[in-house]
Design a protein around this ligand. Structure first.
Ligand code: ZN
Ligand code: ZN
Length: 207
């Protein structure tokens, strides 16, 4: 078999809790392929890591009375240990909070803003009336206006209605049970009318 350079990725699990078997299965699959490729004399770079963004991390940290970064610093050694105990043969173990990751993502976003692929648009944002924190789907519960069921998150599990700020009646914050208020605000959104998206089917950086 001829020698090749290969970059092998395993999905980056959210680092909001200790890894579970469902996180390790894709890691083991990628690990098996990386090991096989090395035996076949391919030059392998096996990359994986932890996604430290997302509202779930913020919510769990708040329940534990920690700042998100404090929760992440506690979880990282335990989750790295988990991968090492399963002998996952990664070459690079990244974190979305790493400076190089932050700098790269910011450079992509700045370019997408510059070429107007991402634009500002007025949107209705939900806030908890008690904490004043912004609330995303899983942080809001209420009554589905379509079928009358109790619904949490982005979609009603009973009638499949996709939730927007006005799809739920009697909206409450799932953390503290206080009412939800809605404020119109400018948000950054992908401009689906952008020429580069229409042409390529995805957002692209200019070369
Ligand atoms: Zn419903
Ligand atoms: Zn609240």
């Amino acid at each position: 078999m001829t020698s090749k350079n290969k970059i092998i990725y395993a999905a980056w699990p959210y680092q909001s809790s200790i890894l579970g078997v469902h996180n390790l299965i894709p890691m083991m699959r990628a690990d098996a392929y990386a090991r096989f490729s090395r035996i076949c004399k391919s030059k392998v770079t096996f990359i994986t890591g932890f996604d430290e963004l997302g509202s779930r991390t913020e919510k769990i940290a708040k329940n534990l009375k920690l700042r998100p970064i404090e929760l992440l610093e506690k979880l990282y050694p335990a989750n790295k240990d988990c991968l090492d105990k399963f002998s996952i043969s990664y070459d690079v173990l990244g974190r979305t909070s790493d400076k190089y990751h932050y700098d790269f993502v910011m450079s992509v976003i700045e370019e997408l803003i510059e070429n107007k692929t991402i634009i500002q648009k007025e949107d209705t944002i939900s806030y908890c009336t008690s904490s004043n924190n912004e609330l995303v789907g899983s942080m809001i519960k209420g009554t589905c206006k379509n079928c009358g069921s109790v619904a949490i998150g982005d979609q009603c599990k009973s009638c499949n209605l996709l939730m927007t700020h006005n799809s739920l009646l009697h909206s409450k914050c799932t953390t503290c049970n206080n009412e939800v208020k809605f404020i119109k605000k400018n948000s950054w959104v992908l401009d689906l009318n952008n020429k580069s998206i229409k042409k390529n089917g995805h957002a692209s950086q200019s070369s």
